[in-house]
Design a binder for this molecule. Structure first.
Ligand SMILES: C[S@@+](CC[C@H](N)C(=O)[O-])C[C@H]1O[C@@H](n2cnc3c(N)ncnc32)[C@H](O)[C@@H]1O
Length: 424
């Protein structure tokens, strides 16, 4: 395909945060261009590279990060706060419309807070002895070497130097390395991926770096190399010690916002099932007012939750390992619950939503990190007789197209006869 420079008018900001223009042969996607701008772009098929903004949008502001447009971490930094909030809310509203659902979406709730408390850095070894550490460029595996990232929380200040030192210590390998860093209350927790089994010599080098950077814990593919302090995070009234690499919300404010919304929607329930519970982000907080049965595939995460749950004054939290894609909770298993919370991975949970749609559970709270799969699952629930009461978009991945969603559903019509109540 031959690339050429052309003048374009941007129609809208798309779901990946790219400007979308109509070209002679179809849509063209141009990163870093904003809606209603006139630009010059170098066009190659359906992709364009922004060369010059000829007539900027009145909403255009200066980016705050010097790596913006080179680093692939942020897609949208040059849009005014108001337009940005509208664009992100519309991502959810449009996904619901496409799924055939009519519901007003609430204003975007900002949950950036102090910034990201976790990040995955990447290291590549282009030549013998050479190491590049940073984030990847958008849509490539090339590394942008950065000195700092203003999106990270200050608790992550030592994350990048530590990641760089660890990557350097493994120079000599050729495979790409991913370095997941999480800031916990007891220090940085780092899990390495991509290296494979570690020799004793390499392990000793890494342990030395863990000491130099005062890491709480260092692991390789979830296997602990050294634990200098147990990494812990406060969740409601309890402290949880997440296993290496476990799922956690990206910002503390994001976790607190999502959990507060979930608890508000489930308030009044006495027995709740928390599906895709992870380490108990919601279960451990809901246990302040209800008994909770938590289900997840990750045994280590469930164990961390169960261990944290034994606190005076809290209701019982039970943990069950279950593959909810292969074996969703069946409608008759769910009958005893007053409320069900479900927070699946990006793919959503079509099978579980189908079982929920056939259930008599009075209240369902859905949490999602993907507007499309959320809309599909919401449509399944609505087709089964549920009504959506509220859809709230939550922004913990500021400057990216990612948006979290919390939604509450109530069974339409008469209050269903409940087996548990009849038996009780
Ligand atoms: C988006 S996370 C949510 C975790 C938790 N609710 C939180 O907010 O921290 C999705 C969770 O789904 C779990 N998961 C992934 N596939 C699963 C499956 N097939 N069955 C059950 N749980 C699964 C993961 O282990 C992860 O804990």
């Amino acid at each position: 395909m031959i690339s050429f420079n052309t003048r374009l008018t941007i129609d809208r900001l798309g779901w990946r945060g790219e400007g979308v223009a109509q070209g002679p042969d179809g849509l063209i996607f141009i990163p870093y261009a904003l809606a209603h701008e006139t630009i010059i772009a170098e066009v190659d098929g359906a992709r364009g590279t922004l060369v010059e903004v000829v007539a900027p949008s009145p909403d255009r502001i200066a980016p705050f990060c010097r790596y913006f447009s080179r680093c692939g971490g942020c897609a949208v930094q040059t849009l005014s706060a108001e337009s940005y909030a509208r664009w992100k809310r519309d991502l959810v509203a449009k996904a619901l419309q496409r799924a055939g659902l009519t519901i007003a979406v609430s204003q975007l709730i900002d949950a950036h807070g102090a910034g990201r408390r976790r990040a995955t850095f990447h290291a590549r070894y282009p030549q013998q002895g050479q190491v590049k550490t940073g984030f990847t460029q958008a849509r490539t595996h090339d590394i942008v070497e950065i000195d700092s990232c203003p999106v990270l929380a200050s608790s992550m200040d030592r994350a990048l130097p530590a990641a760089r030192a660890l990557a350097q210590a493994l120079a000599g390998q050729s495979k790409p390395l991913d370095i997941l860093v999480t800031a916990t209350a007891s220090g940085l927790d780092i899990d390495l991926k991509g290296h494979g089994p570690m020799s004793d010599t390499a392990t000793q080098r890494l342990i030395k770096i863990a000491g130099d950077y005062d890491l709480a814990r260092l692991s390789n593919h979830g296997s602990i190399l050294i634990s200098r302090r147990t990494p812990v995070l406060a969740m409601g009234r309890v402290m949880v010690a997440p296993p290496p690499g476990a799922f956690l919300q990206a910002t503390e404010a994001g976790e607190e916002t999502l959990a507060a919304r979930v608890c508000a929607h489930a308030a009044g329930a006495k027995l709740i099932a928390d599906l895709f519970s992870g380490v108990g982000t919601f279960a451990l907080r809901m246990a302040a007012f209800a008994k909770v049965d938590a289900y997840d595939l990750d045994e280590a995460a469930l164990q961390a939750m169960a261990k944290a749950a034994h606190v005076e004054g809290m209701h019982q939290v039970t943990a069950a390992r279950r593959d909810l894609f292969a074996r969703p909770l069946r409608p008759e298993e769910m009958e005893r619950y007053d409320a069900i919370v479900f927070d699946p991975p990006r793919a959503g949970a079509a099978e579980q939503a189908t079982a929920l749609a056939a259930s008599l559970v009075p209240v369902i709270v859905a949490v999602s990190c993907n507007a499309e799969s959320f809309a599909r699952d919401a449509a399944i629930l609505c087709a089964g007789g549920y009504e959506i009461l509220m859809v709230e978009p939550v922004d913990q991945f500021r400057h990216t197209p990612h948006v979290e969603i919390v939604a509450s559903f109530r069974r339409r019509g008469e209050k269903p006869r409940r087996k548990r109540r009849l038996l009780g």
